[in-house]
Design a protein around this ligand. Sequence first.
Ligand code: GLV
Length: 317
Amino acid sequence: MTKIVVTRPIPGNVLAPLAAFGEVMVAPYDRVMTPAELCAAVSGADAVITTLNDRVGSEVLRAAGPRLRLVANMAVGYDNFDGAAFLDHGAVATNTPGILVEATADLTIALLLDVTRRVSEGDRIIRSGQQWSWDIGFLLGAGLQGRRLGIVGMGAIGQAVAARADVFGLEVVHHSRRGPDVVGPSTRIDFSELLGTSDIVTLHCPLTAETRHLINDEALNRMKSTAYLINTARGPVVDESALCRAVRRATIAGAALDVYEDEPRVHPGLLELENVVLTPHLGSATTETRTRMAAVAVDNVVAVLSGHEPVTPIRWP
Ligand code: GLV
């Protein structure tokens, strides 16, 4: 009998189409499975639906066994998958491109406004019962009009951020390895110039060997002391220890992060910094987006188990 494993309970009836193919086993945990639990759960599976928290490498693929035809990641990023192990095993891997573009771009703008206008700081002042009153110099932030936004990684999310930023009157530049020099309102410049001239740097590149710790001491030292860093991409793109140092020493003005190097752990130094906004990986967290992500994972399983091409395959380099 065909076995389909889903690593996290998924609300609603998105999984319903899978029942026609065999037994659907949803992990009974409302948390990330340990590697041992994941290996046990996938044993003998034909298809597996994962989230970005499930690391799938040779051990998990071996544990699944030769029947495994597909692992469908409910995420656009797939740095939790080991491409070499997939190529070795032969199972197809899929992700959910295109679907979380708007939600992630919206959250990026929310963080941009929060950190530059000190929204969370103001909220903390009120909640902590501190005395406050309107004052000419109270909690001043940075206006956006005419400032420069530097986008690192000009894929679909970077482009959606550029379109929103343009409406706010920001000048938009980007750095990406491929693509045209002009994308919507944005012009491509080199990475070092982007760091040195942007008032806000926002990260929208995938996590790869080249982008791990792209934002390190050297990159942060290149940024303006009045500039902000935003990361809604993947935590390890930023060296969090270097970021703590840079904010503490006022090498940069502040940061807003949705993703962390070792989620769900957050570097303790970041927690102490008033001018760092922290959200718990909410980029795709709208009901509509999460439902569509699950639906696309299901569509991929249905396609592959029906003998068709996957809808959104990951192409390994
Ligand atoms: C979210 O972070 C995703 O990659 O889907």
